[in-house]
Every structure is written in C-alpha cells, then in structure tokens.
Design a protein around this ligand. Structure first.
Ligand code: WT7
Length: 631
C-alpha cells in the first residue's frame, strides 16, 4: 500500500480535500487496508458527550494488516530487527513469516489460559521481541493490551492493573538497561499483593536471575508458548472495539487509561507512519522509544508493521557502554529513518562530537524528534552533527490521546524551520483559541492548541470513566478537543509548540501531573504538604522542583530528602524523582486556600524578581522565605 504524499504541493491539495470532504478522504485512505467487511457510515461524532466513531460496523483485525498480508508478499523480509543491550550479543531478526508464527503461538498460549476477547492483559516487560509479540498476540485474539512501562514501581503497576481489572500479566524475570539489571518479576509479585483480578502470570526468561514463584499462577513463557500451534485465526473485531489502554498523566488525580479502538487507530497509525517518515521499501527504520509509551505502540509496532517495514527494537540506552551507542547502531544496521527524543539529543550533544564522528551516518534519510519542545541548540546539533546539514528533521507533535502524529513535516517534503513542528497532517484541523475559547484566526499569534474536528485515532474514552474524558478534553472550549498545550502559529501558518499550559510537566519526554508527584511525596510520613512545579533543565527539558513542608523542622536535611525521594520511587518510579527539594514552613496560598503556583514556578525558574502581584496572598511573608531558601 502506498499512502505516501510525494511533494508539498500534493500535501496542500490533500490537506484541502481532507478538510472539505473528510469522510471521502478517510475512506480513500482506509481502502488501502484489509477489512473483513466494509464500513457503512465513515464517521459519526459529537464532541459534547463525546462520541466519536469511525468506519462504523466495519470488521477487521489489525494483525491481519500487520502480519498476514505481508506474509503473502514479503514473508522473508525482516519485520523486527532486535538489537541487544550488549553490543557483542547477536541481534535477532524475525521475518514477517516468523513473527506471524510467534504471534499466533503466543495468542494460542493466552487462549489456553482462558483469555477471551475483551479481557485486559497487562504487559510489564523489557524491550525484547516478546513484548512486541505479546502486544500483537493480544490484538490477534481481541484481548485489550495495557502496556505499563517497566520503569514504574510496584505501586504504579498495581494501580494500573486494578484500574483495568486485568486478568493476566506478562512479564520477565528481569531486564537489562545499560549497566543496570532490574528484577521485574519481584516487582510484579509485590504489585500483585494488591491485585485480586490476576489469574495468570506469564514469565519470559531474560536475565536468568532467581525469582519467586507462585505455583498455579505463574508459568514460564518458554514452557507453554513454543509448543503452541503456529496458526491462530484472527478474532473478528468491530472497528470501534477497544484495541488497547495506555495510562497517561493529567493535571489532576491518578493517571487515566486512554482507550484506542481497532479501526481508526489502524488507519491513522499506518497513514501517519508512511507520510512522516517517508519509509521506502527495504529501508531500516528505528524508533528509540520504549513500547511502554504511545510512541512505541504507534511507531515501533503498529505503524511500521502496517506498512510492511523493517522496524528496529533496541533493548538498551543511548549512553551505555558509551555515548556513541546510538550512532554505532545506525552505522551497523544502516538505519534510514531515526526517531528519538530531544532529551536524548541533548544528553548526547553534551558528550561532545568525538563520540559521533567515528561513525558512518550516511544511511540516514529522515531524522525525527518527539515528546517535548526541541530547543534551537539541540535542533541545530541534530541537523548538523547527525544529519550532516542535509537530512530533513521531522519534529512530530502528538500525544497519547491522539494515537498518532498530528503536526509534523513529511520527510523532506515540507518546509523546515528549527523548533517548529510545522503543518498539520491531512485530516488534522488544529486551531488556536484565547483563554475565553474564542478562535484566533490570524497568523503570527499564540494561543491554546485545540482540534476542531475528529481524526481516526482520537481517544474514545478514558477507561471506566467517560465523564473524566469529557471534562478533561472536551469541556474547556466549546465543541473542541483541548490538547493542554500552548502553541504559536507564524506568518506562514506553521505551528511551534510552546509546552503545557496545565499542571502537567514533561521530564525527559515523560509526562507527570504535578498533583500526582505531590500525592506521592505526601505519602512520606514526615511530610505535611508539598507543591511541585517544573523548571527548565538543560538535559531533561523540565526538572521537578518540590517545595515541602515537614512534620517538624528536620535535623538532617539530607536524610529527609533521601526519604522523600525513596517515597516517590516507591509510589511512581525512579523517573519521577524530584531534582530539587526545598523545605519551607508555608506555601504561598490565596485567601481561598489555593496555592499560587506562579510564584513557585518563578522561584524555581530562578526569576524571583518576576513574581508579579502577591497582594492577594494570605501570608505574603512566606514569599521572602521561599525566595531566600531557593535551591
Ligand atoms: C505531550 C504529550 C506523543 C509522543 C510522546 C509524548 C509534548 C510531544 C512534542 C513535540 C513539543 C511535544 C506536548 C504533548 N510533546 N511531542 N514534537 N514538540 N512538545 O506523549 O506522554 O502523551 O505527551 O508531549 O506537551 O501534550 P505524551
């Protein structure tokens, strides 16, 4: 299937068509896929409830589009190319024929455990081929996968398992990540003490470490999967049946389970992959994300496989055994499209050019970035040092909720401007609104980024709580989807994403609600209250700055900090560790008891002279203490 737009003129024409006749546009795109039976209506929607349905009543299975179709035409081509954490270990190549067989075996194993269509399966796994196989095995039989990033703590894992009432967990004994080894199975065991719904735990051997075992509940992958039949009929799925749940943080409460459905997600993941990366037959494509995030779902697994691509999966980290690891892999596998995050680019940039220059990067055709705004310096380095000044950069803006890339260049076919994501993909109708929700139609302006019209992979609900979905995304501005981001649109209509305007912070491309981290900190027995804000961080984009009121004035500040950090690691995971902790005796609250975060942000940003009006504070004197004690 060739879905690719091949020039900017073609993009402009397609874009116009997609806005003038969206249903016709999307049904032409959807015709490129294999459906078991066709749709009637293309789209039914309102953003009030919200209720969005695409390709109504069509039947399909996404794995037939990711696998079976390619087995017939390119069975021997590598589907997944896996690179180990250890540079000297052999890589693994799974052809489309082999991947199809492995997915069917895993699907049959799940069936033998009693898994049925609609059941929720939690995947808490390393970046090994079995993770991709498990994702596809769930999809094969209509089970809903919920992948939890294997850096989350037992508590965070338990919360996600319970929210979705999963009945199976797939995990491994442990994982390797750079020089570290993490015992995943023991984290699962700890989590499951709080989870009643789990009946089976399927364990893939990875590190070979000793693990605990619960007879009757736990089974080795290698004992039950390999012996299964290599064929498994694909479950008939309705277009609007859920495909997966993926948890993400918002400005309030616990993380929400974003729900994506089979038909629309498939159409958009495949379409956006083909166009943004301009993948050509035979190319080697590499996205460095973890499958625990939406980027890995859409652009390691589904998008590439829908297009019959060779997609690389990397178990390790960019800086181990040294900071040349990414570039060494690019040279080794002659990677053509490379997709990573600004935080990785900045971290590698800070290691100097000597770790880049030894490697031949001439295979690169497209460089991608995702997850947070990319600063000018990082963009320039990526363009010059990695792209040698000639390789196009696609800065791809999107979200867990959008399912696929929304605003981005299309390979080299779009005008490029450093730090700008650029133009919306066909079918995507962004707009900027002011704080009252009035659309700002002129160019050369800043505003709140909304979407006026649905696209096929828009989230359908938040699992188990549709009202929360409505309130979070559809209640702020009339009849629009609100992204939570602020953006600038330049004179030419190109978009530049400024960042979150809500209480969400983005740390190394990982999304946290400030309330979520505060709740974790408050679990510490010595803490009375806390307030968390983001501040600019050279490598991570944003760092976490926590203001903490202790139970009693601490004697040993370092010990108190350690205890707070340990609590956050226990409640969420190491990725949410505060970078800075400042002990305070009070927080700047208004008379109505609301914390004035603006003040805390300014202090954390190192701009205490720009606090603005503090006259409405209940006790303005706390401000002096906070400014004086800034860390
Ligand atoms: C938030 C979504 C979608 C993949 C990874 C993150 C920020 C994402 C960009 C970009 C500026 C970006 C936004 C967005 N973001 N991509 N290219 N430029 N900001 O997914 O965890 O759902 O986070 O990440 O703030 O709202 P996510």
């Amino acid at each position: 299937m060739d879905l690719r737009i091949k020039s900017f003129e073609e993009y402009q024409a397609k874009y116009k068509q997609s806005v003038d006749q969206p249903e016709q546009f999307w049904s032409e795109v959807a015709d490129h896929y294999q459906w078991q039976s066709p749709w009637g209506q293309v789209l039914d929607w309102n953003f009030k409830e919200p209720n969005v349905k695409w390709f109504l009543n069509a039947k399909l299975n996404i794995t037939e589009n990711c696998l079976d179709r390619h087995v017939e035409t390119r069975g021997d081509q590598t589907a997944i190319l896996w690179e180990s954490n250890f540079p000297d270990r052999d890589n693994i190549r799974l052809s489309y024929t082999q991947l199809h067989a492995e997915v069917c075996r895993a699907a049959n194993a799940l069936k033998s455990m009693g898994v049925k269509k609609g059941d929720r399966i939690c995947l808490y796994m390393p970046m090994i081929p079995e993770l991709a196989i498990s994702v596809l095995a769930c999809a094969r039989i209509g089970a809903i996968h919920s992948v939890v990033f294997a850096g989350f703590s037992a508590q965070a894992l338990a919360d996600r398992i319970n929210d979705a009432t999963c009945n199976v967990v797939i995990t491994s004994d442990g994982l390797y990540r750079g020089a570290k080894q993490v015992g995943l199975k023991s984290i699962v065991d700890e989590a499951l003490q709080q989870c009643d719904s789990i009946e089976h735990v399927l364990v893939k051997k990875c590190t070979g470490e000793d693990i605990g075992w619960s007879e009757g509940r736990d089974q080795w992958w290698d004992d039950i999967v390999p012996q299964q039949s290599a064929t498994c009929a694909a479950e008939v799925m309705d277009s609007e049946d859920p495909l997966f749940i993926l948890y993400t943080s918002g400005s309030t409460g616990k993380p929400k389970g974003v729900v994506h459905t089979c038909g629309g997600y498939m159409v958009y993941a495949g379409y956006s992959f083909a166009n943004v990366f301009q993948y050509e037959e035979g190319d080697i494509y590499w996205c460095t994300a973890d499958i625990g995030w939406i980027t890995g779902h859409s652009y390691i697994i589904y998008g590439p496989l829908l297009n019959g691509a060779t997609t690389m999966m990397f178990e390790g980290v960019p800086t181990w055994p040294d900071a040349g690891r990414f570039w060494q892999i690019v040279e080794k596998h002659k990677v053509n499209q490379f997709y990573t995050a600004p935080t990785a680019i900045r971290a590698l940039m800070s290691c100097g050019n000597d770790v880049v220059t030894p490697y031949d990067l001439s295979s690169l055709k497209v460089l991608g970035t995702v997850g947070e705004p990319i600063n000018q310096e990082a963009w320039d380095w990526y363009k010059q040092m990695i792209g040698k000044g000639t390789v196009p950069i696609v800065d791809t803006w999107w979200q867990t909720e959008t399912g696929g890339i929304m605003i981005s260049g299309l390979g080299g076919h779009s005008p490029q401007q450093a730090t700008f994501a650029g133009y919306p993909l066909p079918g995507i109708q962004p707009c900027l609104v002011d704080t009252e929700g009035n659309e700002i139609t002129e160019n050369g302006v800043e505003g709140l980024l909304c979407m006026k019209f649905p696209w096929p992979s828009i989230l359908r609900t938040t699992y188990g709580d549709h009202e929360r979905c409505r309130i979070t995304y559809f209640s702020h501005y009339n009849d629009m989807y609100f992204t939570g981001d602020g953006a600038r649109r330049d004179e030419n209509g190109m978009y530049r994403i400024i960042g979150r305007v809500d209480d969400v912070i983005n740390v190394s491309g990982h999304r946290f609600g400030t309330a979520e981290i505060e709740n974790a900190i408050n679990e510490s027995e010595y803490v009375v209250e806390s307030a968390v804000v983001g501040y600019p961080h050279d490598i991570k984009g944003q760092g976490i700055y926590a203001y903490v009121i202790q139970e009693k004035a601490p004697d040993d500040l370092e010990a108190a900090k350690k205890e707070i950090i340990a609590t956050v690691v226990k409640e969420i995971g190491p990725i949410a560790k505060p970078d800075k902790i400042q002990f305070v005796s009070g927080l700047p609250k208004t008379r109505s008891g609301k914390i004035m975060r603006r003040i805390l942000r300014k202090v954390a940003e190192g701009e205490p002279d720009k606090l603005g009006d503090t006259s409405t504070l209940l006790d303005p004197s706390v401000v002096d203490e906070i400014v004086g004690g800034a860390v």
